[in-house]
Design a protein around this ligand. Structure first.
Ligand code: SF4
Length: 342
């Protein structure tokens, strides 16, 4: 939801040619690539043990049941998505995906040498007025797919050589993701899973992902509820919700861990997009991270805000950051003592 969205158009030409609905055109060179140092066989993602014990199947069922009166995110619309109803996110129970491709615009620990295996889901539960990918998230561009095809995408990204499977905008399709992971496991899926979210998740749903997700990549967008409500479709409770959700993510996976190649295997990486006029509350954000999670928490403070979508008509959001605003944001991070700025 963070830089993956904003840098979506920066895919390599090769990767950009890949379509969500078509199998990834994995070259022979990629298929035959030898394991690189650090890709030992000892490590395995947590979801494999959960599958062996039957727990993953049980979690998948519990999550799927939530679609009958949807409470997958804090909006708790109550829509019966199984019967075709929709809530704020505009999604029924039918899975819709925009694209899947190796992505080289994410943070270095996710990208490594071979890219992050991004899967962009259509629609969104947060709906920010300055969304950089509004065609996907607001307009819902994409194709309806079977769960089996989602599983194939994960396997193709793995075959391509990607270091992880990066689910972009996953909050409204968590049940589909877990079913897709289960379908991919018998066929050899063993990459770490990245949960790349805007931070507006139901803490109960995140608790059900304990042991399944290896790397959490949440945004923490706002510190002020009125600001959140104004720019993200009435999500006034965003600051409290995101704080609770990120605390739970941190409890589950801890500090970001990388292997000897510098590639992330597990942990938390928080994204924070600095907004003009300090509307994102960057000073409060960095102090919260240092106090609540510790100064060693991996944080990406992002400067790339640009007015998109409806923001072009909102005066306070209709410009980029000034260099002074950016310098100030970094100074706040330093003053807070953050030591792991990605
Ligand atoms: S996932 Fe969609 S339908 Fe479900 S509660 Fe959130 S916004 Fe509403």
């Amino acid at each position: 939801m963070g830089s993956s969205r904003r840098s979506f158009m920066k895919l390599s030409a090769e990767a950009a040619a890949l379509l969500a609905v078509a199998p990834l055109a994995c070259s022979r060179a990629h298929r035959m690539a030898a394991p690189v140092r650090g890709e030992g066989t000892d490590w395995e993602p947590g979801y494999l043990a959960l599958e062996r014990s039957g727990e993953l199947a049980a979690r998948a069922e519990r999550l799927w049941e939530k679609l009958a009166a949807c409470e997958l995110c804090p909006r708790r619309c109550g829509a019966n998505r199984l019967k075709g109803e929709t809530g704020v996110c505009g999604s029924t129970a039918q899975l819709k995906v925009h694209s899947a491709a190796p992505h080289f615009g994410e943070e270095p620990p996710l990208v490594g040498r071979r890219g992050s295996g991004t899967i962009f889901f259509s629609n969104c539960n947060l709906l920010c007025c300055y969304c950089q990918n509004w065609e996907i998230n607001h307009r819902g561009d994409g194709s309806f797919l079977a769960i089996e095809r989602l599983a194939e995408m994960m396997l193709e990204l793995q075959q391509w050589g990607c270091h992880n499977i990066n689910f972009v905008t996953p909050s409204h399709v968590v049940p589909h993701i877990i079913k897709g992971v289960r379908a991919a496991i018998p066929r050899g899926l063993r990459l770490p899973l990245v949960y790349n979210t805007g931070g507006y998740d139901n803490p109960e749903v995140i608790a059900l992902l304990d042991g399944i997700v290896d790397i959490y990549l949440p945004d923490f967008k706002y510190q002020d509820g009125e600001v959140a409500a104004r720019y993200s479709a009435g999500a006034r409770d965003y600051p409290e919700v995101a704080a609770a959700v990120i605390r739970e993510m941190h409890r589950q996976v801890g500090v970001l861990e990388v292997d000897e190649r510098g590639v992330a295997r597990r942990g938390l990486l928080i994204r924070h997009l600095v907004l003009p006029h300090n509307l994102a509350g960057t000073d409060r954000f960095v102090r919260w991270v240092a106090a609540e999670l510790g100064p060693q928490t991996a944080v990406n403070i992002m400067s790339q805000y640009r007015p998109e979508y409806r923001a072009v008509n909102i005066p306070e959001l209709s410009r980029r950051l000034t260099s002074e605003e950016w310098r100030q944001a970094l100074a706040w991070a330093r003053e807070a003592g953050l030591t792991n700025l990605v």
